[in-house]
Ligand binder design. Structure first.
Ligand code: SF4
Length: 372
């Protein structure tokens, strides 16, 4: 096992890492019946028990045996930021002493004034991140390790427990690059979207990536209609290079080739995410090129005025500039949104809470400014 594949402790395996097939194989190999897998999954994902000892329809000898091999609690709640009726950010401690954060976005009124029923969770996929996008706190202290499928799925169970809400929308836009952890991501997606798991509709699951072209092609083969969002932030290589170091490895042409391939497999529209940064990527020429690129893959465009991040000195453009940028794209017939990001007041940029906690505990050194 590689150092980044799993946690160092505890030595037992998490039950939340296992699919229905995995569990059936486990019980059959142990001389039991495969239907035990269904019983165990019901206890985890429907009854939401905290421990194997609560799975009362399993024989006690079987539970004792399982307790020697498995654990269930991968996340311990440490801190919540944000009021009850607003976006909240949760900090969880992992079993190896690292921290991960998850954001809950409650239902709110849509543009038409109607109350939406959407309750969204923004999950993390790694501790830290190696991709160093220049607007992002998660990249400031570098990459520590991949989250296991159990730690990804466990964020949803833990947030539902903390909030008492039923989550019906999941976005992989928290800490980490999900496609750099594709093996565990795919396992987590299977658990999240399966009827025996969390049973979330695939169309309510969005994976966001900085643009790992080969893995986009690989994920396109995952036979479930999940959605894809691309952190684009520049419409030409020279501008995107300033913000997204990943663009040097997979420039815009390669990225869009992979998106064309995605479109062959999935019907859902791709979202192009574009953070507007004053004097960096808010030129109207960029807007015109962005509109053309979006049209080429029938994508929609989400414009997000830049949020201040500790340690970074970029600024958000004026509202007039943001509206002018949006109008160029909308006038080209592209479905476009311009939104003031929720959670602006609670350090919602991914990775900021974890950075503060791990720095305070001396787990990592205080990161230097990303751009000198
Ligand atoms: S935006 Fe995502 S991929 Fe980029 S540094 Fe932050 S966590 Fe990593």
């Amino acid at each position: 096992m590689s150092a980044t594949d799993n946690t160092d402790s505890p030595i037992t395996q998490s039950l939340l890492n296992l699919s229905k097939d995995d569990l059936e194989q486990y019980f059959v190999a142990a001389g039991g019946k495969s239907y035990r897998a269904k019983q165990v999954l019901e206890w985890i994902y429907q009854q939401r028990v905290d421990g194997i000892d609560e799975m009362s329809n399993l024989p006690s000898s079987m539970r004792e045996h399982m307790e020697k091999e498995f654990h269930m609690n991968d996340l311990q709640h440490v801190e919540t930021k944000g009021a009850d009726d607003t976006t909240r950010k949760f900090l969880f401690r992992l079993n190896d002493g690292r921290y991960v954060e998850t954001v809950f976005i409650p239902a709110s009124k849509g543009l038409n004034g109607k109350q939406s029923s959407r309750k969204t969770i923004c999950v993390s996929s790694q501790v830290g991140c190696a991709f160093g996008c220049k607007f992002c706190a998660s990249g400031l202290a570098g990459f520590t390790r991949n989250l296991t499928a159990a730690e990804i799925v466990g964020q949803m169970l833990a947030v539902e427990k903390q909030t008492g809400e039923s989550i019906n929308n999941i976005v992989f836009m928290g800490m980490g690059e999900p496609l750099a952890n594709i093996k565990n991501l795919i396992k987590a997606l299977e658990i999240i979207t399966s009827h025996w798991g969390l049973n979330i509709g695939a169309r309510s699951v969005t994976v966001s990536t900085s643009g790992l072209a080969p893995q986009i092609k690989e994920l396109a083969e995952f036979p479930v209609p999940i959605r894809l969002a691309i952190s684009l932030h520049g419409a030409t290589d020279d501008v995107r290079d300033l913000i997204m170091p990943v663009n040097k490895k997979w420039p815009i042409k390669e990225l869009f080739d992979s998106l064309h391939q995605w479109r062959l497999h999935k019907k859902q529209k791709i979202s192009l995410e574009y953070i507007l940064i004053e004097g960096v990527n808010d030129d109207l020429n960029q807007a015109a090129i962005l509109a053309k690129r979006a049209k080429g893959i029938n994508a929609k465009v989400n414009l997000i005025p830049y949020n201040t991040v500790d340690g970074l000195d970029w600024k958000r453009p004026s509202s007039d500039v943001c509206y002018a940028f949006r109008d160029v794209i909308a006038d080209a017939g592209i479905n476009t949104t311009l939104r003031l990001e929720k959670g602006h007041d609670i350090n919602a940029a991914c990775g900021q809470l974890r950075l503060k906690k791990e720095t305070a505990e001396g787990i990592i050194e205080a990161p230097a400014k990303a751009r000198q």
